[in-house]
Ligand binder design. Structure first.
Ligand code: BTN
Length: 262
């Protein structure tokens, strides 16, 4: 299916997100290109999309599988005029954005996994990588990278992630128009970004917790060789997960979350 970037540009002329759209057949990584453009003063809302990535990047230095013509790989430049310490809810707002969009195609089993993996029926359907640059303790810019598995079939995934990843096509049994998903994503990101800018942190946390369905569950969080265990009590103001364990309440700032097997 052709990806018509001009159609996308015309649609987003009046918004923040998608004000400028750069489309490439292949990039190493849309996050790396967006970072480069942001350093050259690309305006807020600039979106970089690629049909394929040769070095798609995931969280914790992982690789993001990015074959051509099947999925969405995009990165957005945000320039909120806020202290860097206040930006930590943005990744969660992006998770909520994507979860709502995925729910439009396949409702019911969409779940957020801290900080912002989007799962469908326990399998990963979208990953989000946010990268921030600061200037004197304020946000200079934030790159929000979103990878959504759209038309991958089971055999398109490398064997190692075949059982743990999924796509919209696998779940709906229909081929999905990537442009349609991109438009819904931009519209919803615009909405949640504006909620964030107008002081809607509580709404973001509430919606995130709704999709995560994790409060009261015992989890373990693995970060390198460190393991934290406890029962989730919620999110703090900065979006860190709060765990109640034997030594009291601790903040989870990074790592992979697993529901503890009893
Ligand atoms: C993760 O779950 O580990 C995050 C994956 C993020 C992948 C997206 S694809 C578009 C953007 N460009 C990248 O190199 N990574 C992000």
């Amino acid at each position: 299916m052709e990806f018509n970037a001009d159609e996308l540009r015309a649609y987003f002329l009046t918004r923040i997100i998608g004000r400028r759209i750069e489309y490439y057949e292949e990039l190493e990584s849309t996050n790396t290109e967006a970072l480069r453009l942001a350093l050259e003063n690309a305006p807020e809302g600039t979106v970089v999309i690629a049909d394929a990535q040769s070095e798609g990047r995931g969280r914790l230095d992982r690789i993001w599988e990015s074959p051509p013509s099947l999925n969405l790989y995009l990165s957005v430049v945000l320039r909120p005029d806020i202290p860097a310490a206040s930006a930590s809810l943005i990744p969660l707002a992006v998770g909520v954005t994507v979860a709502e969009v995925i729910s439009k195609y396949c409702p019911g089993k969409v779940q957020l996994k801290w900080p912002n993996d989007v799962l469908f029926d326990g399998r990963k359907i979208c990953g989000i990588l946010t990268e921030m640059r600061t200037k004197a303790d304020r946000v200079h810019f934030i790159i929000v990278g979103i990878g959504v598995n759209i038309n991958m079939r089971k055999l398109d995934f490398p064997r190692a992630i075949r059982e743990t990843a999924t796509s919209l096509r696998i779940e709906t049994e229909c081929e999905i128009d990537r442009l349609d998903v991109a438009i819904r994503l931009f519209e919803n990101l615009e909405r949640w970004y504006r909620i964030f800018l107008s002081g809607g942190e509580a709404a973001i946390r509430e919606k995130w917790l709704q999709y995560a369905d994790i409060v009261g569950k015992r989890i373990e969080v693995v970060f390198g060789k460190t393991i934290q265990r406890g029962t989730v009590t919620g999110l703090d103001d900065s979006g860190a997960l709060l765990l109640e364990g034997e030594t009291g309440v601790q903040q989870v700032l990074a790592g992979d979350v697993y529901i503890e097997r009893l």
